[in-house]
Design a protein around this ligand. Structure first.
Ligand code: ANZ
Ligand code: ZN
Length: 863
């Protein structure tokens, strides 16, 4: 069946769809023309203009992997619709783009194919930039940045030194993945199932001195703001941020000289053992004294995947250390075990085992025959004995088997026991965060050199600000073997100490590439500054980003690091904003054949192929129309063809009407006497403007905005064919005989509706819209024309359709006046014969009228 929105199917899809239906819509030529024009007129370049409201629209910048597929570019299209619409609404819009250009894939390509990371990266950038330009994304390209260039990474080094001065950057020993046969440190991504990606040897942990950023100093603030300031973020992302920060209130308690962290000190009378992480300092010390008992088991645990140990994907295992400590509340000795599910990084790396009330401890106790003592019972019931328990009961209740504290509710007990522990000097209340300091050291080449050196006399010495950037030297060969690549270049490593003039060695680690992406949005405000990372005045004008969109895979790290860096810049006095991104949209993936598009699956769709066939405008419109921006889409070529057909219909309509409505002497319809059909078209036009305006701003419901435009086009065709003597609205593609339209009021409402249509289509299909706008006799361009406005009185629909549900099932549709009162709708619903059928013999429990004017629903609940 032909789709009523996009017209009859072209019978010759894939052959020559340009020739038959519309002779004139040639997207490729139009698109080239406008892209050239935009570049020549610097159409999207902006400067600070205090007279205009600003709007900073940003999509997460790209990793230059090679070729962007439609799954990648969807995000840029979403941002572009928003940016173009905001420009039309009078905002000074900053819409920049750049490249997250450092990182491991470039280095891996160098190892595999011998291309230098720099060559590989710059070539990829050039290609992908061309792709985005051919899609017509309205970027201020003069602000383009690539993080691998010294003029950018110099400022990573600058910020690093500032953080060092403030004790926000520090060094400590920490564990990395080590491949014993390649003799190299592996990034987490290079470890596949515990083995080296190149040689397959199993990876072992190794302790190295590494650099950290003290993000934990901001933990409280980051958490509080997630609750208070980020209303423009999706709830699921806020939840991920909260969980990542992971605030737990609890207590530290001493079992002799072992400090445990617990959130349930109320259960301490049931602590029948203590568990230590395999990496715990005590365990390491004991292992030296007694290798036979420890070494093999420890090796096994430390080889297990950390996250799997944490989530419990790995079987819970442990062994007895042969030591005991005293439970400070029961006074009884309890055994000390090592357990693989206790993590050294969290809390104190030691846990009091309460098997009756913690499921992991319970499984552990049953497996190894450790005693289980129930110490909390439900408020309204008795409790099982430890031996009869089938699983732990972790809810609060009333204390039992807890000496003087029996009968206390858990929450009171936590307060009292914490206080008792404190007064006896065996513990204290504490707040624990899951968030850890950010390890930024990478033993890699393709990243920002960390600007410090080591001098025998002076120790660690920061590079001087005036010597920045510490340039990344050019390396000739990448073997992927051996220690840090920079360590193998004597000319880089050997330097002079700026303090004493003696010989010094440079740090050979580079920074995590998340450092680059943690502040690039600030750099875009002032991308060529050679004195500072950015001029505070410029960030004061543009900041914060008003609309940020990108993949949900960045919901945690990138966003939290950016929030951290913004605060660091604030505390350096460089900006007054706390939060970098006011509004966040996480776009859905593009699937093909039910799978996420990816090169390795061989199911990618290259935008350039689609542009060649259908043009960039159809591609953009299709991707925006097929689903809400946050939802997944399943790619189909047929869907894209449908969008092309819709644009061709708009083209033909405007093309044929332009002679009639294009003149300057057409009056506005407001003062004219309109007949019913004219009034209906005018209402439809204003109602569509209202819908599309709200859908775009603030809702960003791009797909429903496109549907509204399709409806308007249908209406326009029906109206025009009637007005020009055709059969009334029967054939959606009837010839429009525009020459016969003469009545001034008809011309006036047509002009108003068609011009509004062209303007509203423009964020989606900007090239075609600009061309049509010119065709309609407006040489000034779409942005100058501005966004169309609507008259709410005209837009008010006179009649609306109101669905009626009975117990959630649709039973009828009422046709009612748009301003019908609730009582009236309720009465009409109950009197409808289809509804009455479902009420017979039932009791009516509730009748609810939901929704707002223009969009309502009656819901009846019966039993
Ligand atoms: C005894 C206890 C009894 C616990 C009970 C829980 C329930 P959150 O809320 O995530 O902070 N724990 C502490 N440090 C740990 C570590 N390094 N590795 C693994 N587990 C650790 O969790 C805090 C609880 O997780 C702590 O409270 C501790 O177990 C465990 F009925 O102590 B609890
Ligand atoms: Zn020195």
């Amino acid at each position: 069946m032909p789709c009523t929105s996009c017209g009859p199917r072209s019978p010759r899809f894939g052959v020559d769809y340009n020739s038959r239906i519309v002779a004139d819509y040639k997207p490729q030529a139009i698109e080239k023309k406008w892209q050239d024009r935009w570049r020549e007129t610097r159409a999207f370049e902006v400067t600070e203009d205090p007279a205009k409201p600003k709007f900073y629209c940003l999509e997460m910048f790209a990793y230059p992997s090679g070729h962007a597929h439609v799954g990648h570019v969807r995000n840029y299209m979403i941002g572009d619709v928003v940016a173009r619409m905001k420009r039309m609404r009078g905002y000074n819009v900053l819409h920049p783009f750049g490249w997250d250009a450092f990182g491991l894939p470039a280095e891996n390509a160098a190892i595999k194919h011998g291309t230098h990371p720099e060559t590989w990266t710059l070539e990829n950038i050039a290609h992908m930039k061309g792709q985005l330009q051919r899609i017509g994304i309205s970027y201020a390209w003069e602000r383009e940045i690539a993080t691998c260039l010294p003029e950018y990474y110099k400022w990573n080094q600058w910020v690093f030194l500032k953080m060092l001065e403030r004790d926000l950057a520090y060094k400590r020993r920490s564990s990395v993945n080590w491949c014993p046969s390649c003799h190299t440190v592996l990034a987490n991504e290079q470890v596949i199932n515990g083995a080296c990606w190149r040689c397959g040897s199993s990876v072992t942990p190794r302790e190295l001195e590494q650099w950290f950023f003290r993000i934990t100093r901001y933990a409280d603030e980051l958490l509080a703001a997630a609750d208070a300031s980020l209303q423009g973020w999706p709830e699921k992302v806020l939840t991920m941020q909260r969980n990542w920060i992971g605030r737990s209130e609890g207590a530290r308690v001493k079992f002799d000289d072992i400090d445990v962290f617990t959130t349930r000190i109320d259960t301490i009378f049931g602590a029948t053992f203590v568990l230590l992480a395999p990496e715990h300092a005590k365990v390491q010390a004991w292992s030296k004294e007694d290798p036979a008992r420890f070494v093999d088991a420890l090796k096994k645990f430390q080889g297990q995947d950390r996250t799997a140990r944490m989530t419990g994907e790995v079987e819970k295992e442990g062994f007895d250390t042969g030591r005991t400590v005293v439970n400070p509340f029961t006074g009884q000795p309890v055994p000390v075990w090592v357990a693989n599910f206790v993590l050294v990084e969290y809390g104190t790396g030691a846990v009091m085992g309460v098997p009756a009330h913690d499921q992991r401890d319970f499984e552990f106790a049953r497996k190894y025959g450790l005693p289980v003592t129930v110490v909390v019972r439900p408020v309204d019931g008795a409790s099982l004995s430890g031996d009869a328990l089938e699983e732990a009961t972790d809810s609060d209740g009333l204390l039992m088997n807890s000496g003087p504290y029996d009968g206390l509710p858990s929450s009171r007990a936590r307060e009292q026991l914490t206080e008792v522990a404190r007064s006896r000097g065996v513990g204290e209340g504490t707040v624990q965060y899951r968030l850890k300091d950010w390890g930024i050291s990478r033993q890699r080449y393709w990243g920002t050199p960390i600007p410090v050196m080591y001098c025998d006399r002076c120790g660690m010495v920061p590079e001087r600000y005036e010597n920045l950037p510490v340039l990344l030297p050019k390396i000739g060969e990448f073997s992927g073997r051996g220690d840090s690549p920079l360590g193998q270049i004597p000319a880089f490593v050997n330097t002079t100490c700026p303090t004493c003039g003696g010989p010094a060695r440079r740090e050979t680690d580079t920074m995590d590439t998340f450092v680059d992406s943690s502040w690039y949005f600030l750099r875009f405000c002032d991308p060529t500054n050679t004195d500072l990372p950015f001029d505070p005045a410029k960030v004061a004008y543009w900041g914060p980003v008003d609309f940020y969109s990108g993949g949900v895979e960045h919901a945690i790290l990138h966003l939290i690091y950016s929030r951290f860096f913004t605060r660091v810049c604030r505390d350096l006095g460089m900006t007054t904003i706390d939060e970098p991104f006011a509004r966040l949209l996480t776009q859905g993936m593009v699937l093909k054949d039910g799978q996420v598009m990816s090169k390795s699956k061989g199911n990618v769709v290259d935008p350039d192929d689609m542009i060649q066939k259908f043009g960039a405008d159809a591609l953009r419109l299709y991707v925006m129309f097929v689903a809400p921006p946050e939802k997944e889409i399943e790619w189909t070529d047929a869907g894209l063809e449908g969008s092309w057909r819709f644009l061709a219909r708009v083209w033909r309509l405007v093309d044929q009407l332009s002679g009639t409505i294009g003149g300057d002497d057409v009056p506005a319809p407001a003062g004219l006497a309109l007949d019913d059909a004219e009034r209906a078209l005018r209402r439809k036009a204003h109602e569509t403007i209202r819908r599309v305006t709200l859908d775009l701003d603030p809702r960003v419901h791009l797909n429903t905005a496109v549907s509204a435009l399709m409806e308007l086009v249908n209406e326009l065709y029906a109206f025009t064919s009637r007005a020009s003597g055709g059969r009334a609205g029967t054939d959606a593609d009837a010839e429009v005989n525009a020459g016969t339209i003469e009545r001034p009021a008809t011309v006036a409402v047509l002009k108003e509706a068609v011009e509004a249509l062209v303007l509203m289509v423009s964020p989606f299909a900007p090239h075609m819209a600009e061309e049509l706008w010119e065709m309609l006799g407006h040489p000034g361009g779409i942005v100058a024309a501005g966004w169309p406005s609507f008259d709410p009185d005209v837009a008010k629909a006179s009649e609306i359709i109101v669905p009626v549900q009975v117990n959630g099932k649709l039973r009828a549709r009422l046709t009612a006046s748009a301003d019908a009162a609730e009582d009236q709708l309720r009465e009409m619903a109950m009197a409808d014969p289809h509804v009455m059928k479902h009420l017979e013999g039932r009791t009516i429990r509730k009748v609810v009228v939901a929704g707002v004017a223009g969009n309502r629903l009656v819901s009846i609940v019966v039993s």
